[in-house]
Ligand binder design. Sequence first.
Ligand code: ADP
Ligand code: MG
Length: 394
Amino acid sequence: MRVRTLDDMPAHLAGKRVLVRCDLNVPVAEGEVADRTRLEAALPTLRELEARGADILILSHFGRPKGRDPALSLRPVGAALAALLGREVGFLDWLADGATPAPGVTILENTRFDPGEEQNDPGLARRLAALGDFYVNDAFSAAHRAHASTEAIAHLLPAFAGRSMEAELRALEAALGQPERPVIAIVGGAKVSTKIDVLANLVARVAHLVIGGGMANTFLAARGIAIGRSLHEPDHLETARTIAERAARAGCTLHLPFDVVVAQDFRANAPHRVASVHEVAPDEIILDLGPASVEAVGDVLKTCRTLVWNGPLGAFELPPFDAASLAIARMAAALTAEGSLVSVAGGGDTVAALNRAGVAGQFSFVSTAGGAFLEWMEGRALPGVEALREKVLP
Ligand code: ADP
Ligand code: MG
């Protein structure tokens, strides 16, 4: 079932009110928006609806308030959005009795001020839906949560995906839905335990699975390799074995590091050396993939048409242990530029690593969605997306 988009909405929306669920959960420091990425992501949809003559009511959560918390009001975000849109942006405290929206573009107060939001409460959804004629969800990053403003409300009004949501869904579909094969997945990061479902889903879908970062240590330990004092999860050796078996059965080649960069301390510029994984001393810690492993990953990457990447390959915050992540990021960017690779990456630290490599803009798609991106990598249906699929309208 297709997700409907702005293309399915009427061309003329004068006199109509459109409720647009955005992700305005931006970092604010001393009353000022410190990073406008999420506001910029909202602009294409807002501009398009504005051009069609619609009045726009923006719905969003902000932080994690317990009830009404003035420190987590969305009011300060209005000025930043107004500057980007180049027009006045109003504010509506919709929780107040008799609140009625004015024409134009209006930000509604933090949806989480009402406890019904996180309970996906139908009563709250009805109250919000009564404010508008159409519902647009442009917040992929909030789509993994079934909340009143992301899920329940979508069943009460004609519901559509905004342009950012649409772009994200398209990119993710191209990466794991109907991808160009072969597909390579790179999964790194600190722990196996946070990504078991991601790994289990990927082994059934991709030709190559590269495991790096701290989680590779757990896989090495599961094979009886001595990894010194490296970060690993002794409780998940069996998990690692199970995933390796599932990969073998599914015909997915698992790539583990065979050389690594080791140091005595977990800090930037700690004295380090390159070692075979079979020669890690008891007092050493593995902090990155070694150059031979990086080259091997590069060779596999060149044979693939699609890359999905989550999790840095090493302790990338601590140079020079960012070397493997930066090298692979640059290789993937170059292959993407040549047109031989579709590259999709996501995850807070992964995006930071791509930015550090200076190549985030050269990937086919970089998701800033965090939790929603990971749930998608787990192969789960996201309630906020499912609610937008074509259906008989009420
Ligand atoms: P993302 O935010 O992209 O989903 P994660 O949060 O799962 O990624 O993983 C990033 C973290 O993994 C970083 O803080 C990084 O330092 C850590 N990490 C990667 N490799 C190692 C390693 N060998 N030892 C310890 N920590 C590591
Ligand atoms: Mg992280």
